[in-house]
Structures are given as C-alpha cells and as structure tokens.
Design a protein around this ligand. Structure first.
Ligand SMILES: C[S@@+](CC[C@H](N)C(=O)[O-])C[C@H]1O[C@@H](n2cnc3c(N)ncnc32)[C@H](O)[C@@H]1O
Length: 256
C-alpha cells in the first residue's frame, strides 16, 4: 500500500507547568522535541520556548487576561488545520491543560475532526505556587480538603458557591483572581469566614520574580495597594498559609 502524500499530523496537548522549566515532565520534553510547530500561550516563558528545536515554527495565540490574541474557536481551528497539513503540533499551555486551560474544548474539536492527539498533564499553578511558597495545600492540622476555583469576574461579579467556599478546614485556591481580590475577600467575610483568615497572593510563582504577599482576608486588599502585583497571580486562602513563614525555602533571584 502506498503512503498518502500528506499524512495527517498529531496534536500534543502539553501542560508546561507554572513557569520554572525544570517542572516540565519528561514526556512534555520528548514531545517538544518531536513537534514541527508550537502553538503557545502567554504563560509560556522564553526559557521553555528555548527548549524547542530551532526548526520549530512558533505561533503565539496570546490569552492575556481579558485579551485573547486569537479567539478560542480560531485556536481550535488552527490546531486542526496545522494537523491536516501533516504537521505534528505542540499545543503548549501553562500549568495543566485540563485545569482552567480550555484543553477539553480543544480536544473536543480535534476529536470531531478525526485528528489524533495526546494529552500530557502539567504541574498546575496551585501545586507549583504552593510548593515554591512553602504552603502545603493540605496539612493534617489545618486543612482536609482543597478547592480550585476561578476568580475571573463575569460582568463584575463571581457566581460561586460562597457558603461552601467559606467552610473551615479547607484551602481555597483562586486562579485568575488578581483583579477580583477585593470582591473575593468581601464575599468570604460576608459568608462567615473569619476576617483574620490567612491569605497569600503568589505572584509569578516558581519564577525568578516570585513574590508572596501574606495577609488576612480583611487586610489583603489594603496590603496590595501600591504593591504593583502583576499577573499571573494565585490566591491561596486558608489556615495553611500560616506555614509560609516557617516553610518558605525558595529564594527568587534578587531584583537587579
Ligand atoms: C487561564 S489560568 C491557566 C491555569 C493553568 N492551566 C494551570 O493549570 O495552572 C491562568 C491563571 O493561572 C494562575 N497562574 C498560572 N501560572 C502562574 C504562576 N506562575 N504564578 C501565579 N499564578 C499562576 C493565575 O491565577 C493565572 O491567572
């Protein structure tokens, strides 16, 4: 049997972790070496892109907060088109593709188009930031469960199960919550969380520029005024944050 002239390529949906390139998995690295083209988001830093072969075509599709360089449907279509051109496509996403990463939507499109794909999990921001900030997300003395929630405001509000989030003995991690810090802290207090509940905002987690702002849900909005906190940033709410002062180990590079 003769081979088709232009066999269809495969898509590798790969989680690149929260930033430190050494948090890439071996599988991610292997597929990065096999790719012909890389389609990547804003959270993928230059140190990770440098690991690609020089021959690899790199396509930036954006996804800054509130600003998608390419709308999601166009990204889905792009992946299909590149694979139909016979290319092996590396779809590189920050953290884990299935945690607030829209990876599910992308592979639904691939599945519908009959394109082969593989999914490689990555270290999600909650795990990476917590580890590098010395904040265990669970701890027998403080938290028996941990919840990951979106802090992304829709029409100026967050439609979340606040009574459940305000429960004691759990850790609540808000992704995309930098702009909604005030709203989140207010709602948690309104639904019964103690005003002195510790909270940490981890900025640029696992990277040389990591900063950890520790406060309480009553004090954080004030604490951030003038701090110049920048995205990406993750909010960790819960008693486990108390452990930060004892367990912090990661020394980010000093500002030059
Ligand atoms: C669209 S979500 C993508 C999450 C990603 N799929 C994951 O599993 O980590 C983007 C949010 O992840 C969080 N994030 C990602 N990388 C981060 C980092 N290095 N430091 C702090 N937060 C990070 C921030 O809350 C950011 O707004």
């Amino acid at each position: 049997m003769t081979e088709p002239l232009n066999p269809v390529g495969e898509v590798y949906l790969v989680g690149a972790g929260p930033g430190d390139p050494e948090l890439l998995t071996l599988k991610a690295l292997r597929l990065m070496k096999q790719a012909d083209v890389a389609v990547y988001d804003r959270l993928i830093g230059p140190e990770i892109l440098q690991l690609l072969e020089p021959r690899v075509e790199c396509i930036f599709v954006g996804k800054a907060p509130d600003h998608h360089t390419l709308p999601q449907n166009d990204i889905n279509r792009l992946l299909v088109d590149l694979a139909l051109q016979g290319k092996n496509v590396l779809r590189l996403k920050g953290g884990d593709p299935f945690i607030f990463g829209r990876g599910g939507e992308e592979i639904q499109t691939l599945m519908a188009a009959g394109i082969r794909f593989q999914v490689v999990p990555g270290v999600t921001a909650a795990a990476g930031c917590a580890a590098y900030a010395g904040i265990p997300l669970t701890h027998r003395d403080f938290a028996q469960s941990c919840v990951f929630v979106t802090g992304h405001l829709k029409e100026g509000t967050l439609d979340l199960n606040w009574p459940a989030l305000a429960q004691p003995r759990q850790t609540v991690v808000f992704y995309m919550g930098l702009k909604s810090v005030e709203h989140i802290c207010e709602r948690l207090r309104e639904y019964g969380m103690a005003p002195d509940m510790p909270v940490a905002l981890v900025e640029q987690g696992t990277l040389a520029g990591q900063r950890v702002h520790v406060s309480t849900i009553a004090g954080l909005p004030q604490r951030l005024i003038g701090a110049g906190a920048r995205s990406p940033a993750l909010l960790i709410v819960g008693e486990v944050v108390k452990l930060h002062s004892q367990l912090m180990w990661f020394q980010p590079a000093p500002l030059s």
